[in-house]
Design a protein around this ligand. Sequence first.
Ligand SMILES: Nc1nc2c(ncn2[C@@H]2O[C@H](COP(=O)(O)OP(=O)(O)O)[C@@H](O)[C@H]2O)c(=O)[nH]1
Ligand SMILES: [Mg+2]
Length: 449
Amino acid sequence: MLFEGLNEKFQNVFSGLKKKGKLTEADIKAANREIKLALLEADVNFKVVKEFTKIVAERANGEEVMKSLTPAQQYIKIVNEELIKLLGGEAHELEIKKDEPNIFMMVGLQGAGKTTTAAKLANLLRKEKKLNPLLVACDVQRPAAVEQLKVLGRELNIPVYSFEQKMNPRVIARQAVAEAKKNGNDLVIIDTAGRLHIDDNLMTELEDISGLVKPSEILLTVDGMTGQESVNVANEFNDRLGLSGVILTKLDGDTRGGAALSIAYTTGQPIKFIGTGEKLTDIEVFHPDRMANRILGMSDVLSFIDKAQDMFDMEKAQELEEKLRAQEFDLNDFRDQIEQIQGMGDIGGLLEMLTGSNKIKNFDSKAAEKQASRQIAIISSMTEEERLKPNIINSSRRKRIAAGSGVQVSDVNKLLKGFDQTKKMVKQLTGTPGKQRRKRRFRLPFNIG
Ligand SMILES: Nc1nc2c(ncn2[C@@H]2O[C@H](COP(=O)(O)OP(=O)(O)O)[C@@H](O)[C@H]2O)c(=O)[nH]1
Ligand SMILES: [Mg+2]
């Protein structure tokens, strides 16, 4: 799980302080020490740890904490604020120009996620900024790399500029930009080669490409699973190329947090995006405040809402809302709702964002998804009349539906009960028009945990 170790340790420190009420200087010193150890253990760069804990200690020793009526809360607030600063403060937007090609260059070590992220970014900016992207295959080191980008381009229906035979990547880059101007592509994303280690030949190649096409963004892709060894690499790239930002990938695995917490501070370059999975939609704008919340184990409601809004079909949502108001919510709508939430993918991951990870340790997302599939099967075994008028589903109908969907009658009963509850709840929420409306986005149609 993301930042599991850090998360747990911060929670321990905080709950220890909360139990104490008044805090002495020694309490704060002990808390600072524990945080320092937690960060070092997460493989955060030593200088970053030193600086961070120094600032927290200074602020925590001031009157702000000691004289506060809620010293523990005050301490947590300081840690949170400093963590946000460490992660870069605010979200940093990409610089997008109008009426001329925006040229981005992806750089980084081999395997960091450049090629995948180039495709993700092209897809995202096409959707969000209405840009017309061209992907450029400048990794001619490995023949498979060109093919990889072409496959991604086909999947997304985004053109890829590439050559079958081995060409000088400088030439490819320059021709690609000319091609983009000709074809009206206002976004050119250049995928470049990477090595396992910093390599002078490669750096020269990247410098040359950059000099030729003058990219407005040079984005360093960093494997988020790495620790402080990422710092030297990032500094080297920054010194040679002058980065405009960092993209941290693979923040969907068991990342300890080393790279994430070190890199913005040590390079002075903002983290602009994070990669959160292998799918081409698994990319998010990086929000330092939200990330800090997740690291500290506070709930990340905003990311959850963003994701939900993104995945939730707004037209359907509106249609649903109309029906709810007219009190016409039926089992077809209920099934739609389950399917939409299922379509959002990793339900456990969403709940993790929503609740702050500690509390849902026991949540079994596979089981929840299985249950959702079962519920859909049950509803699908009903006749249309039954779906529209659930009241007519008597016990013999229940038996038939159970047999048809391969479940027990008790499962059918449970589903109908869940449907009734949902209906009741939305009735309450929509009962006073206009007042509570905004609060009801959707709810999970099954029990958690
Ligand atoms: N889980 C996960 N895998 C990723 C992510 N980004 C990239 N990958 C995977 O990391 C591997 C290397 O990615 P690739 O784009 O080929 O890296 P490159 O060598 O820098 O171009 C591939 O298997 C990708 O699917 C991410 O955000 N999450
Ligand atoms: Mg690649």
